[in-house]
Design a protein around this ligand. Structure first.
Ligand code: FEO
Length: 396
């Protein structure tokens, strides 16, 4: 049964029930690749899906129209989960035109080296399909240089590409039961923002200003992953507005790894101190919580405490991996400090501090180190320091 968003506008995407690793991001609930079909004088397909899922998408299109009758393809984003299927789709459809941003044309040409009938479009360009009109909105670096969104004026539908998406495989297509179901969708939305869009908060704020200046309003937001917002698009908009602003909560994280539990003892002592201060606090072992889930919690935390033993004069490898990932996401407005146990040399804390400074986090302590196993006095000092750092750096 075709899924209709508005008269003659359909979801024709594919649910990916089995994916658990999306370029390193833990997709514990699977994903969806949303594509949309507009049946008008010029039948138009907005976005495609991963290459191996094209048959499922074309079968869904065929429930509505013969795919060969599609005139236009709009490619909002070059990344392979949305354009990987383009060669097969273009071959099946033979479209009159493929609309994309100018950088989209460059990216698609570089990926596929095909002489497709590209029609680059800039912000404000309009395309009449017959009854319906599309308007294009370039959104460079949200989250690739080529990214754009497409707005269907008559029904006020924003085809938002990755923005407002979430990785979820579900039989639900719409947000009709949010925020309570399905599953913990609010957290999936936050996880997606944290892992994909966190570096671009400033650009998102600017986009909100641009959308206001253009006088656009949205009855439906149709992203390329997860649920379509028709009941409460304002819910997703407000969540993005807040995350983009980057104001932290009175919340602290202890993120650590350990060799023989000494650094773990310190982590537990810091947690006690955070609890003494009365802040929200979480403790994450780097080999027990996936880094994409830790980053979800980093998004709105105001204080980050990183614990690592020193191994062969280095920080522990899992900490190096995590800090590399976190640095790319450009976290803002956070205080941070490092701690750890060491045996005969203690480089880990200094190396972590270098990374925190490179990230432009506010390093609020020179680092707390203990040789071998912490004794009761050292644990008490770690606890007291945890409380002090929370009281000094979080709004309580
Ligand atoms: Fe869902 Fe940037 O791709």
């Amino acid at each position: 049964m075709p899924v209709e968003l508005a008269p003659n506008i359909y979801w024709v995407g594919v649910v990916d029930w089995i994916i658990r690793d999306f370029h390193g991001y833990l997709t514990e609930d699977g994903s969806t690749y949303n594509a949309y079909l507009i049946v008008d004088d010029h039948i138009t397909l907005i976005d495609t899906v991963k290459r191996d899922l094209v048959p499922g998408m074309l079968a869904r299109v065929a429930e509505i129209v013969d795919p060969a009758k599609i005139s236009y393809i709009v490619s909002n984003h070059v990344e392979m989960d949305h354009s990987g299927g383009l060669p097969e789709v273009v071959a099946a459809v033979k479209p009159d035109k493929v609309f994309c941003s100018p950088l989209g044309k460059a990216g698609l040409s570089r990926h596929f080296k095909q002489d497709w009938p590209f029609e680059p479009v800039k912000t404000g360009a309009e395309l009449s399909l017959g009854r319906y009109t599309l308007s294009f909105l370039e959104t460079p670096m949200l989250h690739w240089p080529d990214s754009m969104m497409t707005y269907l004026k008559e029904e006020q539908i924003l085809f938002s590409s990755d923005a407002f998406g979430a990785h979820l495989a579900s039989t639900a297509r719409f947000d009709d039961h949010l925020p309570d179901s399905p599953g913990d969708y609010a957290n999936q939305l936050k996880k997606y923002y944290a892992n994909i869009l966190m570096p671009f908060g400033g650009l998102i704020t600017q986009l909100f200003e641009k959308v206001a200046a253009l006088g656009l309003s949205f009855k439906i937001i149709a992203p390329d992953h997860g649920l379509i917002y028709r009941k409460n698009p304002a819910w997703a908009l407000e969540a993005y507005r807040q995350w983009a602003a980057g104001a932290p909560l009175p919340k602290a994280l202890v993120i650590y790894d350990t060799m023989w539990h000494s650094t773990e003892m310190l982590a537990e002592a810091f947690m006690e101190g955070l609890m003494d201060a009365g802040v929200q606090a979480q403790m994450h072992h780097l080999r027990r919580t996936h880094y994409s889930d830790i980053v979800t919690e980093v998004l709105d935390a105001g204080l980050l405490l990183f614990g690592s033993p020193t191994l062969n004069n280095q920080m522990f490898p899992s900490m190096g991996e995590f800090l590399t990932y976190l640095k790319g996401l450009k976290p803002r407005n956070k205080a941070a400090a490092a701690f750890g146990s060491y045996g005969w040399s203690g480089q880990a804390v200094g190396l972590i501090n270098q990374e925190l400074e490179a990230m432009k986090l506010k390093v609020v302590h020179e680092g707390f180190q203990v040789k071998y196993i912490p004794d009761p006095e050292e644990l008490a000092a770690a606890r007291a320091l945890g409380e002090k750092l929370a009281r000094g750096n979080l709004s309580l």
